[in-house]
Design a protein around this ligand. Sequence first.
Ligand code: HAM
Length: 425
Amino acid sequence: MPEFQHSPGMRDILPPDSGRWRQFQAVFAQVVESAGYGEVMPPLMEDLAVFQRVGEATDVVTKEMYDFIDRGGRHVSLRPECTASVCRIFAQHRPATPWKVFYAGPNFRYEKPQRGRFRQFDQVGIEVLGADDPYLDVEVIALGWEFYQRLGLRQVKLLLNSLGEPDDRARYEASLAQYFNDNLDRLSPESQITLTKNPLRVLDSKRAADAAVLANAPRIASFYSPEAAAHFEAVQQGLTDLGIPFTIDTALVRGLDYYRRTTFEFQGGTLDSAQNALGGGGRYDGLVESLGGPATHGIGFALGLDRTLLACDDEGVFGAPNKTVDVFVVDTTGGQEALRITAQLRAAGISADRAFENRSMKSQMKGADRSGAPLAIIVGSNELDAGQVVIRPLRGEDAQRSVARDTLISEVIQALQTAPKEATQ
Ligand code: HAM
């Protein structure tokens, strides 16, 4: 066992998996850029207070922050998510609205590591600031849905809820708290603790002991103001218009405290229930204000890359891309010719790798096979003297050929056109 390994909950992402991650982000960027979203790159670290605005009743804030005092005495934290940072950025720079942005990158939460739950995990997400239109909620949800479709996932379920306007939510919370307190002795000890912090989060409980109390708990729908009800109605109608299937889940409160009105979650069909949330989001009118900006409407989502890829594995879709070079150069004359040839090939847009350390022909040919390249270019002393190179197809039935060194590029281009390709995804 080597002396050092990565810390618990962290991972090393090696090729070819890393290519899959990059592809994931590229597909996401394609989907959202085609809807007018531009990339924002928040810093990995902020003043702790920025994240505390997410809400003091959130585990993410109270228990999971990677915070520390920096050398200048500032209390800072690695970001546990990006929404608070995007709102801080908006409050600081005041871009024109509606401001439609997307992001991709790592976040840090000190959680108990398990399948689909890590301490460093990647998200892709979008946020729109400065527009209050139910059809924007529909656009945002539809982009998440479209992305999952593009990955090839077919078992994703969309759960939808509305938490009402802040007043509705407050009245609902009070009524829930009353109801749970009246039934305190029938709640699990864990839920009794949750109740003291945020009665809504008790609805999240999956514990059998709580099931009976939860079944008769008051429902948010009876507390909607006419405006909140109309907004929610329009969101549902818009999703139906676009043919996006959804299930209303009145217990969907989500783990972060900043949500108001629309909330939604994408659930995978194959993961354990504790980790089956592939992504989620909602409206968070009020967060920009709490970060010192003007009153601004906001909505967005974040999708977990790690969990979504696990779901892709389970459904057998979106495998690692099969990245190979076009040509592998074998040079038994000392390596200088390989240096020139690879440079010439790469300059012509042909990807090329080579062997080093002037190994034997046999050893270099092994490297050529391992590289997955469809063609090898071989230079021995005979070829060097004759001003030639050998082009050898590494797959299929075609025989190798000697060609003049100065026609190398056009010959390789031609040979690549006819060379059998490995199946790529
Ligand atoms: P969240 O529900 O905390 O929301 O995270 C979104 C997704 O990130 C989760 O559904 C999950 O796939 C992934 N995720 C979260 N924690 C972990 C972890 N420890 N390991 C692996 N994956 C994880 C947010 O972060 C909000 N900022 C979403 C949002 C954007 N709301 C509005 N705009």
